[in-house]
Design a protein. Structure first.
Length: 386
């Protein structure tokens, strides 16, 4: 008797195909209505709270000092750190600060800034391989910047902010690299140059003493002063048997070469001293001004002031300033004329299908749970009444 009762309970608790069909017949209208309401809610939420996505294209004008692939990869690794450094500025607006927080993440740069190359990988496979194609495949035509925002204006402002940071930040990193090169290279070489000057001066003193000795021998043995057509290196062991005039000429030639070397070395020291004067003003400025374009213009002003202080005939020191000026102007041109946005940003509102489908599924699922729960409660009440 007990087994029969248990079997009866189990059969009642099982859901048969007919129960499912009956449930759908009774509830399809409610499920469809819930789906429509959910889709409407999802679409409404997207309309009011949906995000916008903007694409801004910076053309890379390779004819005016544009970026190459190696330079861009180097900058791409350093720009997140610079963005993090920029966050220390308390004057930043909340929107600007939020964008800098995105850019201080290295992962953002792999998706937020996508280079467009002259030839894609598929083109290289389809076309015959050549050196020209290899160069074209690494030539950057443009940088595509992708940013988002809660409104169209916000997304556009973020794109323009990112573009400005790419140009000014990249310029800053390259200017800073130049200053570091001068500090660690040329300035560090001053000690070696001074050492070489000292060595040359000592050698010069020995050569002058040798000339005096040869002059005395020439006076004592004038018959040995004849010319010798045989070519012998004066520094060889047999050079001492050369005619005295030949030896005197050779030593004087060495003295003249050393004089020229000393002039060149001292000129180089003067150039380094001039660059050091430049760095005294430039280095502190580079620690406070993080906009590379503004920084390069300020440094050009320092260079111009030093140039005006040189004598008109000081072409050697002017040469050092010419090199510095050329480097700064190249950086300024690269990130003003080299990268240009000649088209307006394109903004789209994204996520409509995702929001609508999410609302439909979410509300539909809640309605399904409600209807199933209600049916279960009704079945329980029927059993209790029996």
């Amino acid at each position: 008797m007990q087994n029969a009762t248990e079997n009866n309970v189990d059969s009642e608790s099982e859901i048969s195909l007919s129960d499912i069909v009956e449930f759908i017949q009774d509830s399809w209208k409610q499920l469809i209505a819930a789906g429509i309401v959910g889709a409407a809610l999802g679409f409404g939420g997207w309309s009011f709270f949906g995000s916008y996505k903007t694409e801004l294209i910076l053309l890379n004008n390779t004819n005016t000092y544009g970026l190459d692939l190696v330079t861009w990869r180097t900058l791409q690794k350093s720009l997140p750190n610079l963005a993090s450094q920029m966050l220390a500025d308390e004057k930043l607006s909340s929107e600007t600060r939020a964008m800098y927080r995105q850019m201080d993440d290295a992962a953002w740069w792999s998706k937020g800034v996508v280079p467009t190359y002259a030839i894609s990988k598929a083109d290289v496979k389809d076309l015959a391989s050549s050196k020209g194609l290899d160069v074209a495949s690494t030539t950057i035509l443009a940088l595509n910047i992708y940013t988002g925002g809660n409104s169209g204006d916000s997304a556009v402002n973020n794109a323009r902010l990112a573009a400005k940071f790419i140009k000014s930040g990249s310029a800053y990193l390259q200017v800073k690299s130049i200053l570091n090169a001068y500090e660690g290279g040329d300035i560090g070489a001053a000690a070696d140059i001074q050492k070489e000057i000292t060595t040359t001066e000592i050698e010069q003193a020995y050569l002058k003493d040798r000339v005096k000795s040869l002059d005395e021998l020439y006076k004592r043995f004038p018959g040995n002063a004849g010319a010798n057509q045989q070519v012998v290196d004066p520094k060889d062991s047999g050079a001492k048997y050369l005619p005295l005039t030949t030896q005197i000429i050779a030593v004087n030639n060495d003295i003249n070469q050393n004089k020229e070397s000393l002039i060149r070395l001292n000129d180089r020291l003067n150039q380094i001293a001039l660059i050091k004067r430049f760095l005294v003003e430039a280095s502190p400025l580079a620690e406070t001004e993080l906009d590379g374009i503004l920084l390069s213009r300020s440094l050009l002003g320092i260079e111009e002031k030093l140039r005006k202080g040189l004598p008109a005939d000081d072409v050697k020191n002017r040469q050092a300033l010419d090199q510095l000026r050329s480097q700064l102007l190249t950086i300024e041109a690269r990130f003003t004329k080299g990268l240009e946005a000649n088209t307006a940003p394109v903004t789209k509102k994204t996520g409509m299908l995702k929001a609508t489908a999410g609302g439909l599924v979410g509300v539909g699922f809640l309605m399904l749970v409600f209807l199933l729960g209600r049916k279960v409660l009704r079945n329980l009440k029927k059993r209790e009444s029996i």
